[in-house]
Design a protein around this ligand. Structure first.
Ligand code: F6R
Length: 259
């Protein structure tokens, strides 16, 4: 696991955009996209590079991590809508090649199986962007999630519903249930890139990176993965015990080594 501590959120965004750009410029690639506020700056940066530096997404496809169950696609806060308004509408990524779990599915059991199969049929995800919840969730795998879980229906914790109330008219409007890639599904991606900024994420990042491997902190499953890059600002790094070592390792990174 590589921990990249950047001075500001803007530098977090451009570091993550550099990583994604590398995959996109290499040719056909499958991106794993997160929603929520953490990747928004990265999406803006990628849109700017598409506009100003000919970053071409025409050969890319994408899978989303999760979706609210029962929220219509047309709802502005469905992740189907959010990924389009925040990212896809601003680059030349074909919207038909952007897949997400169908929150309106009549039979969620069939939908979760279909979604896992569609990721596998596409050859899996090359690079998966992740945000982290204040309770350590990734995707919507709340504490207690099996570390090998597949896509399924989960119940949001009250804390996550309170955290996400800012996107809705109030906490009562935040759905209770979601469809989410499981921790096992997420771990199948070949490269995981975690994005976190702000002091509010500091304890969750410390638990994920330096705490025990535990379903209590679902993001700790990253410790089992072969290729993880955690890109965070100083505030999100403020509870890390080995922050000085991570800075030292980055400073002395061999020039031939990429993220
Ligand atoms: C959203 C997702 C969630 C968020 C997490 C952090 O697709 O998978 O895990 O990444 O809730 O949300 P923000 O970035 O809004 O703090």
């Amino acid at each position: 696991m590589e921990i990249v501590i950047q001075p500001t959120p803007a530098e977090v965004d451009s570091t993550v955009a550099d990583i994604v750009e590398g995959y996109v410029r290499a040719g056909a690639t499958t991106l794993g996209l997160a929603t929520g506020s953490s990747p928004i700056g990265t999406y803006r940066e990628l849109a700017a590079r598409h506009r100003d530096a000919e970053l071409d997404f025409s050969l890319a496809r994408a899978f989303l991590l999760d979706e609210y169950l029962g929220l219509p696609k047309r709802h502005p806060q469905s992740y189907y809508s959010v990924i389009r308004s925040e990212f896809v509408d601003h680059v030349n990524l074909d919207p038909a090649m952007v897949s997400s779990p169908n929150g309106e599915a009549q039979c969620p059991e069939k939908e979760i199986a279909r979604y896992d199969q569609s990721i596998a049929a596409a050859g899996g995800v090359d690079v998966q962007l992740l945000g982290i919840g204040t309770d350590g969730h990734i995707g919507f795998n709340e504490p207690g999630s099996s570390l090998t879980s597949r896509t399924r229906v989960k119940t949001l914790t009250e804390q996550t519903r309170i955290d996400n109330a800012r996107f809705f008219d109030g906490v009562d409007d935040v759905p209770h249930h979601v469809l989410t890639q499981g921790l096992g599904t997420i771990s199948d991606a070949r490269h995981l890139v975690m994005i976190a900024t702000g002091e509010g994420k500091a304890d969750a990042i410390a638990a994920a990176v330096e705490g025990p491997l535990s379903a209590f902190c679902p993001a700790s499953v990253m410790q089992l993965h072969r290729h993880v890059t955690v890109v965070i600002d100083e505030a999100a790094a403020s509870s890390l015990k080995l922050a000085d070592y991570y800075r030292y390792a980055l400073e002395h990174k061999p020039s031939w080594q990429s993220f």
